[in-house]
Design a binder for this molecule. Structure first.
Ligand code: SAM
Length: 323
């Protein structure tokens, strides 16, 4: 029987040689930026389940690492913001995928006068042993790769990303998650895992694994419907609903009272005082929204006040937080 790496290599060798439009599939729009003409081949080889490119992360000429290159679409989008030689490093374990993205960058060069293939430094390597120096990267990203890994491998892949990031560096991830118990025989099916269909874990477990390797701040930026595994197409007894998430983990020091995880909760003070100050860095002005992390939301709830509204998690956190 083939192990996960052999199966994954088989699947992505084929996907490199013949674009497979439905392989992963995203509900996120493909960002069309002014002056960026995205080659059709890159769109056909969009094997991600969300987006990891966010201009907010890309200030101050960051060094960028992208693991699991696919057809190169997101590397081109990152290059759009960096525009210098070697600013984006792409790592992949499948030779054919590296070669396909190399060819796709040539097409991108023909279609975009601002782009040069040399902006991207493609390297052969494994997400579990990155060919990258310690603390050398500002923004690391992976899209729809880590869900393929089993828990021990996922932990190792996250540790590797943590190792290569500079202090306060950002790891941007997009992966499927699933709140239902995935049947064991489906979870163990290496091919379904490689196709990003059966390796997903519940969001809270995913967040816990990220914070356990040391990331002190986590933002849940988006959560969207992704896939249904139905009994008429898969060996399951009931519908299995899978969502995709976009997450940013920041290599901030771990706060003494635990990580700050922003899931889109907001506090609004509606009391009669000038403001509410928890003397712990959070000041709520009357009827003004303040994004808060889940830890702070828990602390506010524990106060038992009837003049602070705390919203549910929206799972669409977009900055402006309190911690
Ligand atoms: C689902 S595709 C995602 C591609 C790309 N991120 C995108 O969004 O289109 C997974 C990618 O990870 C690569 N890959 C698989 N296992 C890997 C590993 N252990 N280390 C590095 N890359 C890997 C595959 O070759 C493929 O390019």
């Amino acid at each position: 029987m083939k192990n996960y790496l052999e199966t994954t290599k088989d699947v992505y060798k084929k996907a490199a040689e013949t674009p497979d439009v439905g392989l992963c599939c995203t509900t996120t729009p493909i960002w069309q930026l002014p002056g960026l003409d995205m080659p059709t081949i890159m769109q056909e080889m969009n094997y991600g389940c969300g987006s990891t490119v966010n201009p907010r992360d890309l200030v101050n000429n960051p060094s960028i690492l992208y693991v699991g290159v696919g057809g190169g679409m997101e590397l081109l989008q990152f290059s759009y913001f960096s525009r210098r030689k070697g600013a984006v490093i792409g790592v992949d374990v499948v030779d054919e995928m590296l070669e396909a993205s190399r060819q796709n960058f040539k097409v991108a060069e023909e279609q975009n006068d601002w782009f040069k293939s040399e902006f991207v430094d493609l390297r052969k390597g494994d997400a579990l042993h990155l060919p990258i120096e310690d603390a050398s990267i500002d923004v690391a990203a992976q899209n729809c790769l880590f869900n393929i890994f089993k828990l021990e491998e996922l932990k190792q892949a996250l540790k590797e990303m943590y190792r290569v990031l500079k202090p306060h560096g950002r790891l941007v991830l997009s992966d499927p998650v699933c709140e239902q118990a995935m049947p064991e025989h489906i979870r163990e099916d290496e091919r379904l895992r490689a196709l990003c269909l059966s390796g997903s874990i519940p969001l809270q477990d995913y967040i816990d694994m990220i914070t356990e390797v040391g990331f002190g701040t986590v933002e849940i930026r988006a959560k969207r419907p992704y896939r249904i595994l139905s009994p008429n197409h898969y060996d399951v007894e009931e519908l299995v609903y899978i969502e995709s998430v976009e997450v940013c983990a920041i290599k901030d020091p771990m706060p003494e009272d635990g990580p700050c995880v922003f899931t889109g909760k907001t506090a609004i003070y509606y009391g009669d005082e000038e403001c509410f100050d928890d003397n712990n860095g959070h000041v709520l002005m009357p009827n003004q929204p303040l994004s808060i992390c889940d830890k702070t939301a828990g602390d506010f709830t524990a106060l038992g006040r009837d003049d602070i509204y705390i919203s549910d998690s929206t799972y669409f956190y977009d900055g402006g937080g309190c911690c």
